[in-house]
Design a protein around this ligand. Structure first.
Ligand SMILES: [Zn+2]
Ligand SMILES: [Zn+2]
Length: 439
């Protein structure tokens, strides 16, 4: 089993499988019981004398005394700030607040939290050009080691290029206090890798997109590790939590290695993005990122299973494409997504995925490579098994459980092909002219 530490040792070496060298910017990843005890040493390495520690109310309650106790015990003078908002979101208010409270002489950010705090810390650290250490409070998502921040800007979901934290600490003494829903969310974010890996390979076959089997293997390995430890992780077994945390960090690192989000995010993530977009615009129901991704994964795998029984028909694809009208479709995008749709419509002007010639080219590749595509689909887990596993660990399996209707779920799936220039199941179904039959 490849550990994060081993990976980091080989960082930057030429990859024999794809010929590129894979870089991850994460300096250190410390996962163990008591790992936060290494904080003073880390600060010493960064020659940081005035760290700025940021919390929200929940993370302060979960780990405040513990983390600050370690700093106090080492005689470190620090500044601290706790964001006291009912639902802290990664938005301008959050960033503005932690920025304004940050003393000018701060020389290291210690972000205590998970998704929101980690992403906010990354912005602060990259703007101030100082190191960042993230002390995870929950193994809830795989973005710890990513070099971007998922933010809400002007009411829209935006991914900002920031920087990877210099160190991530997963101290099981803290992680074992995570709410079980957040642990399930981390597992759901990992389950998404079944789909992201399959779609990466499928797009490689159809579009010749860059693909590295070594990176894909690493993700598959971290997924296996997380699935194996899931049952015990939801019981808060420290060993299982550290396996889950390690898998999540590794998964995030693979996005740095590939220089793209492909290894860890596919169409299932786009369903989750759409739910987030609608929540921001219309206040509709939502849940944690990983929970949304977990449910979406099951939905997408069910659709892939259905696709296995289909034989591509280029004549049908041509007919279906001829009856598609982008003007009507863009109105639907606008009514379902609100202002976020403008970005998607603008993207299509550059991507031109609906262009008849590019569609025809892809469809003929699909027809020619159908057996290879089926082989990739065959590697996906059976949806019934996946559903059974999710139920066993208490992970929701239906969108209705998180307040999302069947109609919204289907429309979100249809729109996943429009989110970014990434070839996903819905694009494949559209290319074959059978997308409407799948919702
Ligand atoms: Zn490679
Ligand atoms: Zn994710």
């Amino acid at each position: 089993m490849t550990s994060v530490a081993e990976l980091m040792e080989n960082d930057g070496m030429l990859c024999p499988q794809c010929g590129r060298s894979h870089h991850g910017d994460l300096g250190k990843c410390l996962i163990s019981e008591g790992a936060a005890g290494e904080l003073p040493e880390l600060l010493g390495e960064y020659m940081a004398e005035h760290p700025y520690v940021i919390f929200d109310e929940g993370t302060e309650e979960a780990a405040g005394d513990y983390v600050l106790g370690i700093l106090d015990g080492a005689g470190i003078t620090y500044s601290r700030h706790t964001v006291r908002r009912k639902h802290p979101a990664p938005d301008e208010l959050m960033v503005g607040e932690v920025f304004m409270r940050c003393p000018p002489d701060s020389d290291c950010i210690i972000a205590v939290g998970s998704g929101v705090l980690n992403d906010t810390g990354k912005i602060l650290a990259s703007q101030k050009h100082i190191p960042q250490v993230t002390v995870a409070t929950a193994p809830s998502m795989d973005g710890f080691a990513s070099a971007s921040s998922a933010m809400d800007i002007g009411g829209l979901k935006v991914s900002l290029d920031t920087k990877c934290p210099d160190a991530v600490i997963g101290d099981t003494a803290i992680l074992k206090n995570s709410p079980v829903h957040m642990i399930r969310s981390g597992i759901g974010d990992m389950l998404a890798k079944y789909v992201s890996l399959a779609e990466w390979k499928i797009s490689h076959i159809i579009n010749g997109e860059y693909y590295c089997p070594r990176v894909a293997d690493l993700v598959a390995e971290s997924l296996r590790r997380c699935v194996d430890s899931s049952e015990k992780a939801v019981e808060k077994d420290p060993r299982a939590l550290s396996d889950l945390m390690g898998g999540l960090v590794l998964s995030g690192l693979t996005m740095n290695y590939a220089g793209m989000s492909r290894p860890a995010s596919g169409g299932e993530h786009y369903i989750s993005h759409i739910i987030d977009m609608r929540h921001l615009e219309f206040g509709t129901p939502w849940d944690l990122h990983g929970i949304q991704c977990g449910i979406s994964t099951l939905k997408v795998i069910r659709a892939y299973e259905k696709l296995r029984t289909y034989r591509p028909d280029p004549v049908h694809a041509e007919k279906a494409a001829a009856s598609f009208d982008y003007g009507t479709w863009s109105l639907k995008l606008r009514s379902f997504l609100g202002r976020s749709a403008d970005v998607l419509i603008e993207n299509e002007k550059k991507e031109r995925k609906y262009d008849p010639d590019s569609r025809r080219k892809r469809t003929s590749r699909i027809v020619a490579e159908w057996d290879r595509i089926l082989k990739v689909i065959d590697e996906l887990p059976a949806s019934d098994d996946l559903e059974g596993f999710m139920k066993k660990i208490g992970h929701p399996t239906e969108f209705s459980e998180i307040g999302i209707s069947r109609e919204e779920e289907d429309t979100a799936f249809l729109m996943t092909k429009d989110i970014r220039d990434k070839y996903v199941l819905s694009t494949l179904l559209w290319d074959l002219g059978i997308i409407d039959e799948f919702v």
